[in-house]
Design a protein around this ligand. Structure first.
Ligand code: UTP
Length: 277
């Protein structure tokens, strides 16, 4: 497998669970203390060797574009007032050699449809997908772990998380003949989006993927699924009939920041150093 250098960040969702906060601010720009969610995810990708960041955006998400652009006026003011450390925070060295591309998803038809918008930029490569509202804290990062497994197995790999029964119906859930074994890597034989009855396992898809370009063939033919949306899960379900796809139970502290509960937990976790002892 060739080196994985591209990552797609779908950020065009409506973020309805965080209204009214997300009426004018993208969900991905909500801060965890002083850094927006999206920056954690972009940083994770870049540290894992990603050189091309592809955002799938919408007209309400311009502030994401501004966030990763330079702000010369602010930099000049900070320089004049001697705040060099602050300049390093808004113009980060690790992003210097990275390309940022923005593609508009014109109507919000679902995550699968969002990913399909990147087809012309991926060619015949494997690429990473990061859902920025899933914040994962680990070294090596979740993306790095999935890239390592994808390269070792020469396959597509989906990041997994064990989820308690009462919450499993919120996620895509996998099935695998290997599931009874004590291991971290599972060759998928099925996947279902938000199962209401009889989930096939307690292994949920969680925010990170490394997929081969073949996924676009399946994204092009899926029909609307759960919630009337074009679901990435449904394309993966078709793809695994013809290509090996592994699930990997990656290490990390995971926060589902698309939910209020997960968002608050992430802040509490990262704020613990700031609170008086
Ligand atoms: P979510 O299911 O979390 O939806 O999308 P959402 O719109 O962001 O939030 P809620 O549920 O309304 O509160 C999962 C990911 O897919 C992206 C979202 O931005 C998020 O990263 N997405 C979803 C798109 O880019 N386009 C879509 O049409 C739908």
């Amino acid at each position: 497998m060739r080196k994985i250098t591209k990552a797609v960040f779908p950020v065009a969702g409506l973020g309805t669970r965080f209204l009214p906060a997300t009426k004018a601010i993208p969900k991905e720009m909500l801060p965890i203390i002083d850094k927006p969610l999206i920056e954690y995810a972009v940083e994770e990708a870049v540290v894992a060797g990603i050189k091309e960041i592809i955002f799938i955006t919408s007209h309400t998400k311009r502030s994401i574009e501004d966030h990763f652009d330079t702000n010369l006026e602010l930099e000049e003011k900070l320089l004049k007032s001697g705040k060099k450390d602050a300049i390093k925070k808004i113009n980060r060295n690790i992003f210097q050699d990275v390309t940022f591309t923005y593609v508009r998803q014109k109507s919000q038809k679902g995550l699968g449809h969002a990913i399909l918008q990147a087809k012309h930029l991926i060619n015949d490569e494997s690429f990473a997908i990061l859902l920025a509202d899933d914040l994962i804290i680990n070294d090596p990062s979740a993306t790095q772990q999935l890239i390592n497994v994808a390269q070792k197995t020469n396959s597509s790999v989906i990041g997994l998380n064990k989820v308690p029964k009462e919450h499993i119906s919120r996620y895509g859930v996998i099935s695998s003949a290997d599931i009874s074994k004590e291991q971290k890597l599972f060759l998928l034989d099925g996947i279902i989006e938000k199962p209401e009855l009889n989930p096939p396992s307690d292994m949920a898809v969680f925010g990170r993927y490394v997929l081969s370009h073949h996924i676009f063939n399946y994204l092009e033919i899926i029909n609307p699924g759960v919630a009337g949306e074009l679901q990435l899960t449904d394309a993966i379900k078709l793809m695994l009939k013809e290509h090996d796809i592994n699930g990997y139970l990656y290490d990390g502290i995971k926060f589902d920041c698309g939910s209020k509960e997960g968002y608050v937990q992430a802040i509490a976790h990262l704020a613990s150093d700031l609170l008086p002892k």
